[in-house]
Ligand binder design. Structure first.
Ligand SMILES: Nc1nc2c(ncn2[C@@H]2O[C@H](COP(=O)(O)OP(=O)(O)OP(=O)(O)O)[C@@H](O)[C@H]2O)c(=O)[nH]1
Ligand SMILES: [Mg+2]
Ligand SMILES: [Zn+2]
Length: 295
């Protein structure tokens, strides 16, 4: 029986890409009983009902490596987080929360700074510099003029990548340009809300010419960390790692403790102050949440 990957699911039908093409499949009754819902990204085994019409049944879902809730996809290897220099201005707190979440799930991350054509004062350098110390890959892009895409295509090749970030930063424009065609709807924020577009959109894996898939997502304006303990937060900041050996106290949170390697590095200008301040803010938010839960 052929194996394949679910590229999208609509109204109970799943489109499974196999070596012999894309099959339209219904899940066998079995899954419904176990309340397992197939997801885009799932590797599945199908039984072929009609080879010419490409109709089949999903008979087995292979074990999931990773599952995201929003968007609802499985087995992704990479998140590309997009910010723009301007319109909208970057919400770096939102970006950091996404980076923390990806680290926690063990998913690779790259950052795109888009709309560099709107950059008057080389602001994008401020963002790229402050995130270069994190070790995450940072790329500057102008998706309108097609600048910076060679590097991006390298980063995407062979992987399943989700694009995420605020509304209006240019995620869909970037994907349309990569695909060389108009696949995703783009536009300004107010138009979209009028049409209520986001409510009906399904996550879909779009196959790249270079191998691999990309998934567009609707932008969001807020995002909460979940399942993260305040004491584990620091482990998702890769740039702290070279300095934690110099902290006097084991389990140092790098906030109030004396003789802290991270704070020393910060004073020497080896770490980015904004990133650190947002770390402290996130830590306090998690601390308050935990306090409320235990009182
Ligand atoms: N100046 C400039 N505008 C851009 C660029 N990339 C995208 N835009 C514009 O930004 C607007 C929003 O782009 P979209 O691609 O729809 O943004 P999105 O991130 O997909 O937004 P959501 O789907 O709401 O999350 C559109 O009007 C685009 O034409 C760019 O590099 N430079
Ligand atoms: Mg979009
Ligand atoms: Zn410390």
């Amino acid at each position: 029986m052929p194996e394949g990957i679910i590229v999208k699911g609509i109204m109970g039908f799943y489109y499974v890409k196999t070596e012999e093409g894309v099959y339209e499949c219904k899940p066998r009754g079995l899954f419904r009983k176990d309340s397992i819902v197939p997801l885009p990204g799932d590797r599945v085994v199908i039984s072929v009902i009609n080879k010419d019409d490409k109709i089949g049944h999903i008979v087995e879902i292979l074990p999931r490596k990773i599952q995201l809730i929003r968007p609802s996809v499985s087995n992704i290897n990479q998140i590309v987080t997009v910010i723009s220099v301007k319109s909208p201005l970057p919400d770096l707190m939102l970006l950091d929360k996404l980076l923390v979440t990806a680290k926690k799930k063990g998913i690779e991350v790259a950052i795109i700074v888009n709309k560099i054509d709107l950059d008057e004062k080389d602001q994008h350098k401020i963002f790229t510099d402050s995130y270069k110390v994190t070790g995450f890959r940072v790329m500057s892009l102008c998706s309108l003029k097609g600048i910076g895409f060679e590097k991006l295509e390298d980063v995407l090749a062979g992987k399943i990548t989700v694009f995420a970030g605020q509304s209006g930063v240019g995620k869909s424009t970037i994907l349309n340009r990569i695909m060389d065609s108009y696949i995703m709807e783009t536009g300004n924020i107010s138009n979209k809300n009028d049409r209520g577009k986001h409510t009906t959109r399904h996550a879909e894996l779009i196959e790249l010419k270079t191998g691999g898939f990309v998934v567009d997502t609707p932008g969001f304006s807020s995002f909460e960390l979940s399942d993260i303990d305040k004491n584990e937060l620091k482990t998702y900041y890769p740039e702290f790692e070279p300095y934690v050996d110099r902290c006097k106290f084991g389990g140092c949170s790098h906030i109030n403790e004396p003789k802290c390697g991270v704070k020393d590095a910060l004073e020497r200008g080896q770490l980015d102050l904004g990133r650190y301040e947002r770390y402290v803010e996130l830590y306090k938010t998690l601390e308050n949440k935990e306090r409320r839960r235990y009182s």
